[in-house]
Design a protein around this ligand. Structure first.
Ligand code: ADP
Ligand code: MG
Ligand code: MG
Length: 883
């Protein structure tokens, strides 16, 4: 079998579409080679080797060694060097690369092939002893850390002590001889820690590094990342071995990273950073402050460090041409790594660039408008989940800003929260539902959990391409990076800047769009829904089949829903209307009344309020469909608990408090979620259904008059499992409708339908559809009842389930398509059999979850209904599902 694919010199055995086999990095290195771009030659060991390695007890396929040797020889031919040759050594980098990029998960080893002999050749060839020995010590340090597991910190300590003893402050002050001394100490450290000398044999080094890349696929960091991003372990990683080029060969050499467009704003302009005389990760690591690539960007950033455009005009010109070529070739914004070795440009990586939602939107719309992609492609390009970012607040320009420092605007959006300094604290705070800003000197992959938990991230070190910045943008979290003026003291738990000290727990605000750090909480503005956003939404609306409705009961929510483009209300939960101070008392009276008479008296007080609620809702929705669900709380939510509450109700009802307490006690339930709720309540207390139906119909007439729009209410009965349940309640509703029509002399067009939220309802949907004029799948309850898991108690064990891969996702967040989804499918099919064309939708959390929405499309539902703020996400997701 073929395990190794070569690239270089204008051709390659692989190509961009072989990403599954070659990993993203390897596939794109091959593609760039095929395009004739300057790529140092190399080869890719396939992801299949990784899979085989784990399947065969960490053993490689037999042919691998031979294929690697042949590929090495090939690089040797192209570079005129030989791997391991002391006179003319080939040096390589060993780089990991999975199908999708996993930033920072697996470290690259540079300068591999150096040893006590080959370093002399490097010295002779470059004519620069300092460079040669600096490269060698970097290699020992990196290799020992990544491959041999000797802590990076131990090497840094040796270096620090040496610098201190010699009065140096910068690495650049060390001479070649100094580096030689350091190298001896490094090697001694390794020998001592491992009881084995640092490997001098380049082949041994190479296989060590290859093994380390495959090994790292199963390290804890990689596993966590995969779990968070739903990447199966079976994908495996590839290994790329590539001839070294040196960005640290003096002042005509450089290394950098760039994006073809601004990944923060989407602006169509080359965007990036570089460092003269530097290697590999130096730019990302934020050790020195990098320089801008273009002159325009330098001016905008008001940087006094010259741009690449002025420092190396020829290499810059070639690079910008390549950027354009790559973007039109891939038809997407590219994120690239490059190195300039003594004036000669080399491309080391390209991939579709990560971007903020704002940038994704602008880039998609711009590219479609320029004809580079179609409108459908533009709709597919913006992650529906990521739209959330744009729906988040920004700082009100009119608000008073107490700016304490300014850093880099690394990921847009604004957030306020209590200051925390560790990821553990951030995770704890999130569990306690406190908003926090995670402040770190810099972040590493170990902080991913904390970054997830925090509202925003602040770092004092690192540029726009630092770990914090890249990861925050991916997560859609506001981030301000590289705030050099801030000092963080982890031990004291303080953040100091310009003579002011903030303690852990103090509230600060960060503005990831401007880079500002502000004291206290600052007023925020609602997001802008026009411009590119409006354009893309329009394209999405043109592409989708399903309607999008909102779950809303208050006038405020209904207005927000319409602003966000909701086409109706899919779920108005009437119980939420009874918790207001002035209503709960009447509600309690009603529940605790011992006679129908008593209940009617209490309900009479609620009728006008309820009618007013519905009238307002109908008016706001102006003829758009509105589904109103009759009362569905577990009773206990309304029962009075404290003595004071009991006294209040007793007083209002004119009954004895003790008697009332006993009545409340008899009504209490062992398992309220499976108790006396939904249609069960309406069957025991039909007066409730009657009052609500009357309120709905009278409101429909009133709103019809005031708006002139046709108001056709959809009355929904909750928690039905048996057709007869629905029939009993429906008879009451129809009777009231008849009464109201006669009283008013108006006809009311209305429908009565049901929630499908119990497994029995889904299974008997054919029966139920004889009475129900529409279905709404209540997947929250359906998930609870299908799994037999109480949503309110799931938190204590679902985490363990996810940790142990028993379930992949929280079924209350993303629909369990196999199980619960099967019931939805059955319900839909059986319902349609009885009543072809029956209107069906979904409400609950899943209605706003992109992958659940994709599922709804496959079942052919007519609409999804979600919280108002998720309506745009649902519109886009519905379009993506339809395309
Ligand atoms: P990551 O996925 O973390 O970016 P990479 O493998 O892309 O890891 O490389 C890390 C750094 O080393 C990058 O800056 C890259 O450009 C640089 N690098 C990798 N291979 C070479 C090489 N052959 N010559 C010079 N620099 C290299
Ligand atoms: Mg890279
Ligand atoms: Mg329910």
């Amino acid at each position: 079998a073929k395990w190794v694919y070569s690239f270089g010199d204008g051709k390659a055995e692989g190509a961009a579409d072989m990403r599954n086999l070659l990993g993203g990095k390897g596939a794109n290195l091959a593609e760039m080679s095929n395009l004739g771009l300057p790529v140092p030659p190399g080869f890719t060991i396939t992801t299949e080797v990784c899979t085989a390695y784990y399947e065969n007890d960490h053993a490689y396929p037999d042919e691998l060694v031979g294929q690697v040797d042949a590929a090495l020889a090939e690089i040797g031919k192209l570079t005129g060097r030989t791997f391991g040759d002391p006179a003319n050594p080939l040096l390589v980098s060993v780089r990991s690369g999975a199908r999708t990029s996993m930033p920072g998960m697996m470290d690259t080893v540079l300068n591999l092939g150096l040893n006590d002999e080959t370093v002399k050749a490097l010295e002779a060839e470059s004519g620069d002893a300092r460079f040669a020995y600096d490269s060698y010590r970097r290699f020992i340090q990196m290799y020992s850390d990544v491959v041999l597991g000797v802590e990076h910190q131990s090497f840094e300590e040796i270096l620090e002590i040496f610098k201190e003893n010699n009065g140096y402050s910068l690495d650049t002050e060390l001479s070649a001889d100094d580096w030689k001394t350091i190298i001896e100490r490094f090697k001694a450290l390794v020998a001592e820690e491992l009881d084995d000398p640092f490997p001098q044999d380049p082949k041994a080094q190479l296989w060590g590094a290859i093994g380390a890349v495959f090994g790292s696929w199963m390290n804890a960091r990689a596993k966590t990342y995969r779990r968070l991003h739903d990447i199966p372990a079976s994908w495996g990683t590839a290994v790329n071995v590539q001839a070294m080029v040196f960005g640290n060969m003096g002042d005509t050499s450089a290394t950098g990273v760039a994006f073809t467009r601004d990944p923060g704003t989407g602006e169509s302009a080359l965007y990036g950073e570089f460092l003269v005389n530097a290697q590999g990760e130096d730019v990302v690591a934020g050790i020195r402050t990098p320089q801008n690539i273009t002159e325009a960007a330098r001016l905008k950033a008001r940087s006094d460090k010259p741009s690449l455009e002025t420092v190396m005009p020829a290499a810059f010109a070639e690079f910008s041409k390549i950027c354009q070529a790559l973007e039109s070739h891939y038809r997407d914004m590219q994120d690239m790594e490059f190195t300039i070795e003594r004036g000669k440009l080399w491309m080391l990586q390209t991939r579709s660039g990560k971007r903020t939602a704002r940038a994704a939107l602008k880039i998609a719309v711009d590219m479609a408008n320029d004809g580079l992609i179609t409108r459908e492609e533009a709709v597919m390009r913006v992650g529906a989940g990521a739209l959330d970012q744009l729906l988040h607040p920004t700082i009100d320009p009119a608000a008073k800003r107490d700016i304490v420092a300014t850093g880099l605007p690394a990921s847009p959006g604004a957030a306020s929260g209590q200051l925390v300094f560790t990821s553990e604290e951030a995770v704890e705070a999130a569990a306690a539902e406190r908003n926090v800003i995670l402040a770190r000197v810099e972040t590493s992959p170990e902080d991913i959990h904390g970054m997830h938990a925090a509202q925003g991230i602040l770092t004092t070190r690192g540029g726009m391409t630092s770990h914090a910045a890249v990861v925050a943008r991916g997560m859609g979290k506001p981030c301000v990076s590289g705030v050099g003026s801030i000092r963080i003291d982890y031990r004291a738990g303080t953040l100091t800047v310009a003579g002011r000290t903030f303690n852990k727990g103090d509230i600060i605000t960060i503005d990831g769009s401007t880079g500002q750090v502000l004291a206290g909480e600052v007023a925020m503005l609602k997001p802008e829904l026009t411009g590119d956003f409006g354009t893309l939404m329009e394209w999405a609306d043109g592409a989708r089949r399903m309607e999008v409705r909102a779950n809303a009961e208050t006038p405020n929510d209904a207005r927000t829903a319409r602003e966000f483009g909701a086409e109706g209300i899919g779920l108005c939960r009437t119980e939420h209307m009874f918790f207001d101070e002035d209503r709960i008392l009447a509600m309690r009276e009603m529940i605790l009344a011992e006679t129908s008479e008593g209940r009617r008296t209490a309900l009479a007080k609620l009728l006008p309020m309820q009618r007013q609620d519905f009238t307002e809702l109908f008016e706001i929705m102006h003829g758009l469909p509105v589904t109103i669900r009759l009362l569905d709380p577990p009773l206990h939510e309304f029962l009075p608990h404290t003595d004071e509450e009991i006294a209040d109700v007793a007083n209002a009802m004119g009954v004895d408090a003790e008697r009332l307490r006993r009545r409340a006690h008899t009504l209490s339930e062992f398992n309220p979620m499976l108790g006396h709720r939904g249609c069960r309540l309406l069957i025991s207390y039909p007066e409730i259904a009657e009052m609500q139906a009357r309120a709905i119909f009278e409101a429909a007439i009133a709103a019809g008059k005031s708006t002139g729009a046709p108001i056709e209410p959809e009355v929904m009965v909750p928690l039905v499992g048996i057709k007869a349940e629905l029939d009993v309640v429906k008879a009451r509703i129809d009777a009231v409708a008849q009464e109201v029509m006669e009283e008013s002399g108006t006809t009311i067009v209305y429908q009565v339908g049901t929630m499908i939220e119990l497994p029995r309802a889904a299974l008997k949907a054919d029966d139920i559809a004889q009475s129900a004029e529409f279905f709404s799948f209540g997947t929250n309850d359906l998930t609870q009842t299908t799994f037999g898991i109480s949503r309110d108690d799931a938190g204590s064990f679902l985490g363990d389930y996810q940790q142990q891969s028993i379930i992949e996702q929280d079924p209350f967040v993303s629909l369990d398509q196999e199980g619960v989804g099967e019931l939805v499918r059955i319900g839909a099919e059986r319902g349609r059999k009885t009543r072809p064309g029956i209107k069906m939708g979904i409400c609950g959390e899943h209605g706003g979850d992109p992958s659940s929405i994709g599922f709804c499309e496959t079942v052919g539902l007519d609409y999804v209904s979600c919280s108002p703020y998720r309506v745009p996400i649902a519109r886009l997701a519905a379009a993506q599902a339809a395309l």
